[in-house]
Design a protein around this ligand. Structure first.
Ligand SMILES: [Fe+2]
Ligand SMILES: [Fe+2]
Length: 543
């Protein structure tokens, strides 16, 4: 209510268009669904009940052979409890996200459902029983989870989908199917872990198909001996092997096609998608290269630095590269206010008060978020745009405002006192980096800007610069919420130093004595020693 009143008052005074700023945060309903305990229980129980129904109604399950149905039900339930314990013990972070929990159990259910359908189709069409082994999609859930959530989640799917599916077979075939499914599923996980190209996914599908054919041959489901002895057609084993091969390829094709859907349902972005997003032909990147070439070059260098640093600690390097490309797109709103785009021309900050200059500089974060939302960029990119300066200070203009207020105090107009200069008005709104990749980009951003302005950089000077920037960031509390350990920070520091030392680009003069200030101001660099920012080096730290 108060906000609405303020907005209408600002609109009346001609200072607001009356529209509220768009935000990318989830709606309260989505937030509740993502973390609610009730939804989590439903996300686990519903697939387990569906799996129990499928297993109990499968044509080959024990009751059809005279065994009591409750034994199968107990086995399904025990496996269900085991899967839930496995999830809570081995994947505690997945448990906090209901979408991912639902995805894990949903994909296992999908594989069990397709296996059930295959068994039914083979029975109803009167095909040889061995076709159940050839047509079963052993690796679809393991491959999907390995691509989306990593190797350990893929193994979870391989183990439990195999166990539950094997219960749908008659006892004498159950163990064979379990071994077959486990081996092929685990091969699928091995081949698709950290896949970053769709073509690699299809290649993995081909090898999974080959593995399925080889397993069918080893377990006697491909009737090679019958063909040799003349009891069946000589090309029958070839047909059977081709069927197994096709099912592996088909699974990979289905997975490739359904990845965007799975990603949006679970809020996960795979390396495949990150690589596709690392396209410099995106409209925002094209605009950046034409309208803010200095920022464009800065973003490319930050991307290289942060990608190498992410690799050094096992973080998501592809995500770092893409997020770094877009981290400063907000500068497109006023590119000439940032030193890297001024090329020695007139400095528009000469016409502004320090407070106004700081407002312009601070606005590139909110403008960037607006542009990212408008272009439907990934949520992680928006997070990085918001967090890449944390709550750091635009130190140069803060110090300038203080010195001007001090002069005014001793001069003829004593209205403004240094104590009236609120530090909060010169700080970025944050939040601080919330995940390792965001922190890495934030550090790469700072060191790139600072090193760009360094005069005659030497390996020792660059190392000192990076050490001081990281130390200042820690002291300012900017890395408190990013989950990076001291060991990882040390590795990131070594990587940034090595990358900077390997880069040999042209630099403008830089005042080492001001490194500490630079480190507090984000992607900024040197400035003039006194007075207003006056040239490219002077305004570099205004980012
Ligand atoms: Fe920035
Ligand atoms: Fe930057």
């Amino acid at each position: 209510m108060i906000d609405r009143f303020r907005r209408s008052e600002l609109r009346r005074r001609g200072m607001s268009c009356g529209r509220s700023r768009r935000k990318h945060h989830d709606s309260p309903l989505l937030g509740w669904m993502s973390s609610s305990r009730t939804v989590q229980i439903l996300a686990i129980i519903a697939p387990l009940v569906a799996i129990a129904i499928l297993v109990l109604s499968a044509p080959g399950q024990p009751e059809a052979l005279g065994s009591p149905r409750w034994k199968t039900l107990v086995a399904v339930a025990i496996l269900g409890v085991s899967a839930v314990i496995h999830l809570y013990v081995n994947h505690p972070r997945t448990c906090t996200h209901n979408g991912r929990t639902a995805l894990m159990f949903g994909l296992v259910l999908a594989q069990v459902t397709v296996t059930y359908t295959v068994i039914g189709a083979v029975e109803s069409n009167g095909w040889p029983p061995g076709y159940r082994f050839l047509l079963a999609p052993y690796a679809i859930a393991p491959m999907a989870l390995a691509v989306l959530m990593g190797r350990n989640h893929g193994i979870f799917a391989a183990v439990y989908a195999s166990l539950w599916s094997s219960l749908m077979f008659e006892p004498e075939k159950s163990l064979s199917f379990l071994i077959h499914s486990l081996v092929v599923g685990l091969i699928g996980v091995y081949l698709t872990d950290q896949v970053s190209r769709r073509s690699r996914l299809l290649r993995a599908g081909l090898f999974v198909g080959l593995a399925a054919a080889a397993m069918a041959l080893l377990l006697g489901e491909i009737e090679l001996s019958a063909a040799i002895s003349g009891q069946s057609k000589p090309w029958e084993p070839i047909n059977q092997a081709l069927i197994a091969l096709s099912i592996g390829l088909l699974a990979a094709m289905v997975l490739s096609g359904s990845l965007p859907l799975l990603e949006s349902a679970s809020g996960i972005t795979t390396d495949i998608s990150w690589l596709e997003m690392a396209d410099l032909n995106h409209p925002l990147m094209r605009r950046l290269s034409l309208e803010a070439p200095g920022t464009f070059h800065h973003s490319l260098v930050v991307a290289s630095l942060s990608e190498a640093a992410a690799k050094s600690i096992g973080a998501n390097a592809a995500m770092c590269r893409v997020c770094a490309y877009f981290h400063d797109v907000g500068k497109l709103a006023k590119p000439s206010y940032y030193t890297e785009n001024q090329r020695g021309g007139q400095n528009p900050h000469d016409e502004l008060t320090p407070t106004m200059s700081a407002l312009v500089i601070l606005s590139h974060v909110k403008d960037g978020v607006d542009m990212a939302i408008k272009h439907k960029l990934d949520d992680r990119i928006i997070d990085v745009i918001e967090q890449h300066h944390g709550t750091s200070l635009v130190y140069y203009f803060y110090r300038l405002a203080l010195s001007q207020a001090e002069e005014a105090k001793h001069g003829s107009s004593p209205e403004m006192q240094p104590s009236e200069i609120a530090e909060d008005r010169f700080r970025y709104p944050g939040p601080k980096p919330q995940f390792p990749e965001s922190a890495i980009i934030s550090l790469a951003d700072s060191v790139e800007s600072a090193s760009r302005s360094m005069e005659k950089p030497t390996p020792a000077k660059l190392e000192q610069l990076v050490v001081e920037i990281i130390r200042a960031r820690i002291q300012d509390g900017q890395l408190d919420e990013c989950e990076l350990t001291l060991r990882e920070l040390n590795l990131v520091q070594h990587s940034l130093v090595a990358s900077l030392q390997n880069m040999n680009h042209e630099r403008v003069p830089y005042n080492l004595a001001e490194q500490k200030e630079t480190s507090q101001g984000g992607d900024s660099a040197a400035r003039a020693k006194t007075g207003r920012p006056r040239d490219s080096s002077a305004t570099a730290r205004m980012n």
